[in-house]
Write a new protein. Sequence first.
Length: 205
Amino acid sequence: METPWEHFFVEKIKKIFTEKKSVIDIGGGLRLMKGKNNRYDASREWIRPHLSNADYKILDLVDTYHPDMVGDIHNLPFPDNSQDAIICIAVLEHVENPILAFREIHRVLKSGGYCFVYVPFLYYYHAEKGYYGDFWRFTEDSLRWLSKPFSSVETMPVRGAIETWIKLSPLGRIRFLHPFWYFLDMMSGKIRTKQVSGYNVFLIK
């Protein structure tokens, strides 16, 4: 069963790689490259054929995991209005100044450029010693404010209240039960609350 947030993710990532010629993945959040990431996600392999449609590059703050380029999201190493698309998945909670980071993303995107962002809201602490801290969580209100400079903003909550609570508990590790928690959220109406794990966001400059 594909959830609304999974459908949103697939739809927007396909749109980016279909319609844009170059893509910068800040932090390597797609987790496709075993040699260029701190983690690899086999469930994202469906994206790999789409990479041939665009010049895909990973940017990271350090060279530990062999990104294509090293750079700081607070001061992106690109001229104004120069990038077709940016992907920024599970990064902004780890940076010291997400407001500045959002401004930098907007600055370097071309007019009409795309950006896909994922940020957590109700989510466990997940710093990685020596690599990044864990500073922030984001509500729908904060995302609306941060996204003001963009011409178009689509926001999709990730998980309902029940599944979010389960995700934070030891039961969250039992993956085959996740559809059941989603079903409970749907039946109880908790899928429509603001108590969610995080947000997928698609932005157009």
